[in-house]
Design a protein around this ligand. Structure first.
Ligand SMILES: Nc1ncnc2c1ncn2[C@@H]1O[C@H](COP(=O)(O)OP(=O)(O)OP(=O)(O)O)[C@@H](O)[C@H]1O
Length: 249
């Protein structure tokens, strides 16, 4: 079996009487896309927030690259290579595409932000930023203002920023949201190739994308994983059809 890169062990988080994450154990293996699906309010965002370090669990553990990271900050996990993408506000819209990636590369280098002007002339950083843009197919748009990119291209740019961190795992929060059919299809093709760089934990409501991309799917309902399996196993599972997929399966 492929190596486990990221895992949660019996993770629990309650808000008052509500158990938003009620003993979740999942793992992400090298080379795979593992999708997390479930109805609204199932606890997907709460789970992701605990995995990335934005929310402290009440109990349970998060392991990344074989290390217990439960007590580490978001920044410390990011420095280890845990890349959370698709919080679009992270992009500076008035800056160029290249500047956005340079900022990411600079952050990854651990150097202070005030050296940005110098960084844009730093050959190694620039090379790293340009390689990331090449990898997401945006090299030709590097001098464009970020605001001029399509929604789908902005998602690709966020991945480029993440690539400068040399990610060991991606955690993606609804990448298809707001893209429309054509945009989703294009981004699906892009993510398909990206799993070769690092495995992807994918929270997504767009079932076409999930069925096209996922090596495995976990279904979360009321804070619990009710099933984990391949696309076919999940589509056939009567509990999943009843709780979530219905006719979409
Ligand atoms: N900070 C909070 N305080 C109180 N309740 C919260 C908080 N965050 C989440 N919840 C509740 O926890 C439950 C799980 O929410 P969460 O946002 O994790 O679900 P989700 O699966 O991501 O939903 P969606 O698909 O709609 O994004 C919901 O009932 C939600 O109202």
């Amino acid at each position: 079996m492929a190596e486990t890169v990221l895992a949660t062990h019996d993770l629990r988080k309650s808000f008052g009487a509500l158990a938003a994450t009620d003993g979740v154990s999942i793992d992400l293996r090298a080379g795979e896309i593992h999708a997390i699906i479930g109805p609204n309010g199932a606890g997907k965002s709460t789970l992701i927030a605990q995995i990335c370090g934005a929310l402290r669990p009440d109990a349970g553990r998060v392991a990344f690259l074989g290390q217990d990271v439960t007590g580490l900050s978001t920044q410390a996990r990011a420095r280890m290579g845990l890349a959370r993408t698709f919080q679009t506000s992270a992009l500076a819209m008035e800056d160029t595409v290249l500047q956005n990636v340079l900022l990411g590369a600079l952050g990854a280098s651990g150097r202070p932000w005030q050296f940005f002007g110098r960084a844009s002339r730093d050959g190694a950083l620039r090379d790293r930023a340009e390689a990331a843009l090449e990898a997401v197919d945006l090299a030709e748009l590097s001098e464009l203002r970020t605001a001029e990119l399509s929604h789908g291209q902005r998602r690709q740019l966020e991945v480029a920023v993440a690539l400068t961190l040399a990610p060991r795992a991606f955690v993606m929060d609804e990448p298809m949201a707001g893209l429309g059919q054509e945009g989703s299809k294009r981004l699906t093709g892009f993510l398909d190739g990206l799993r070769a760089q690092a495995p992807i934990l994918l929270v997504e409501h767009d079932m076409d994308a999930v069925f096209a991309l996922a090596d495995r799917i976990s279904v979360l309902v009321y804070g619990r994983v009710i099933a984990t399996g391949t696309v076919d196993e999940i589509r056939r599972d009567p509990r999943v059809r009843e709780a979530y997929l219905g006719d979409a399966a």
